[in-house]
Design a protein around this ligand. Structure first.
Ligand SMILES: [Zn+2]
Ligand SMILES: [Zn+2]
Length: 146
């Protein structure tokens, strides 16, 4: 994997580059300890992404089979949210790879914070589209709900 940092935006050569991007992006005290790349049950890693950073929700929709999935604990607050569709800042594409970086309490004692990262499927531009606090001890199962 290679990240090109020479231009205005970081550009990743493959979906897993989102992990390195989020490690650099994360704030102090909320470091990324773990990462999961979103993969549809059809095998696709390309999605439309709708998220509301205030409510802390995100939904991905597979660009191949149309399956929708509410990321991690998003189902809880989805009804109150006003999601916005992700659009690439560089090429206006709406198709993106999605990955979640997790900041985890010591001793794997739950998720402190999560970051929803993106990599444009068309041009590779990397970004963080949403992030929110989880802060509960029984939340380690969210790593399987990306
Ligand atoms: Zn699919
Ligand atoms: Zn793009």
């Amino acid at each position: 994997m290679t990240i090109d940092t020479s231009g205005e935006w970081w550009v990743g050569s493959e979906p897993s580059d989102i992990a390195e991007y989020l490690r650099g992006y994360a704030s102090e005290g909320y470091e990324v300890h773990d990462f999961r790349l979103a993969r549809c049950k059809c095998g696709s890693t390309s999605f439309l992404l709708d998220a509301d950073d205030d409510e802390g929700v995100a939904r991905r929709t597979c660009t191949i089979c149309g399956s929708e999935h509410l990321i991690c604990d998003s189902e809880e607050f989805w009804d109150e949210s006003e999601p916005e569709r992700w659009v690439c800042i560089e090429c206006d594409s709406e198709a993106t790879n999605v990955g979640v970086g997790f900041s985890i309490y010591p001793g794997r004692g739950g998720v402190r914070w999560l970051y929803v990262g993106v990599r444009c499927s068309t041009c590779g531009v990397l970004g963080c589209f949403a992030g929110w606090k989880v802060g509960t001890s029984d939340s380690m199962d969210l790593l399987d709900k990306v």
